[in-house]
Design a protein around this ligand. Structure first.
Ligand code: SD4
Length: 293
């Protein structure tokens, strides 16, 4: 039996994103349109400290954004280290649809966005700038914090009524990162991956740890081998742990959606949750199993 449509996304802010994405899907919209519409809600929400407007800056006080979007046929686009654009996910989609490329970064990504009609927005909120100044004062070593709280990307997976899958992932990245640092979120195969023959996956947490394991690609390939979404996420977390001896001090979480509409997740630390919206689940938060307790 197949469940459609389905939306699943990371963290509590996933609930609002899911609502927007699900509305597109029940209307007969595509998985790709729904994925973009969903995460745009989080990007524009000034209360979310880890995505778009209201996101925390890098250690130089500059908000730099990473985002990627992918469909189940292999189409994908992404931007990294993008400054001053409210909706990096929509720029990523333009990269996918209006260029011969997959990824644009930094100034080039911003120039492309402006040429496509996006406008500049100041994304650094005054209270966030104050917080950053205090962090700077208290951290003379100027080292980005590596800890379990330094995360909360929105990653969102969709299955539409036609049976097509898509994923979107967008973030301001790790707080107080080096200027120019790129995390897992805009990297196809790390922050997200989709294959209509199998399913879709996305990651949240300490991006460096996800990149080392090609996390989201791994989850999809494990589902291809027959593992359920939750079991695929668990095995991918085990791989992350094997590649990251410091795993006790970081969080990594994966969520997955297979082509039958089954969802699942797994994480290192127990503080992760994700939001599911389907004909059977009325947009609810799920707490997945975790490696540590
Ligand atoms: C990153 N995975 O840039 C993202 C961080 C995250 O809020 O989840 N951020 O490493």
């Amino acid at each position: 039996p197949t469940t459609r449509p389905v939306v699943v996304s990371t963290w509590q802010h996933g609930l609002a994103a899911n609502a927007a994405a699900y509305a597109v899907l029940v209307d007969g919209g595509t998985a790709l349109d729904a994925a973009e519409a969903g995460v745009r809600v989080t990007e524009a929400d000034p209360a979310v400290r880890t995505v778009g407007l209201g996101g925390r800056p890098d250690r130089d006080g500059i908000v730099t954004l990473d985002a990627a979007i992918m469909d189940g046929a292999g189409g994908c686009g992404s931007v990294a280290a993008l400054e001053g654009i409210l909706h990096p996910i929509s720029v990523a989609r333009r990269v996918m649809e209006a260029t011969p490329h997959v990824m644009l970064v930094g100034d080039g990504a911003q120039q492309f966005a402006l040429a496509q009609g996006f406008t500049l927005t100041d994304l650094l909120l005054p209270e966030i700038e104050e917080e950053w100044k205090i962090w700077q004062r208290d951290n003379p070593g100027y080292r980005p914090p590596i800890n379990v709280e330094n995360h909360d990307t929105i990653g969102l997976l969709t299955l539409d009524q036609q049976g097509n899958l898509a994923a979107a992932c967008t973030t301001s990245g790790a707080a107080y990162k080096y200027h120019g640092r790129v995390g897992d979120s805009p990297l196809i195969g790390a922050g997200l991956y989709v294959d209509d023959e199998v399913g879709a996956a996305t990651a949240t947490g300490w991006g460096e740890a996800v990149i080392r394991a090609c996390g989201s690609f791994l989850v999809v390939e494990l589902m291809r081998q027959g593992h359920s979404p939750t079991e695929a996420c668990r095995l991918a977390v085990e791989r992350v742990i094997a590649k990251n001896p410091d795993y006790r001090s970081i969080q990594v979480g994966f969520i997955a959606l297979d082509k039958l509409g089954r969802t699942g997740g797994y994480c290192i630390q127990p503080d992760f949750d994700y939001a599911v919206y389907s004909p059977q689940v009325d947009n609810q938060l799920v707490v997945p199993p975790s490696k540590l307790t």
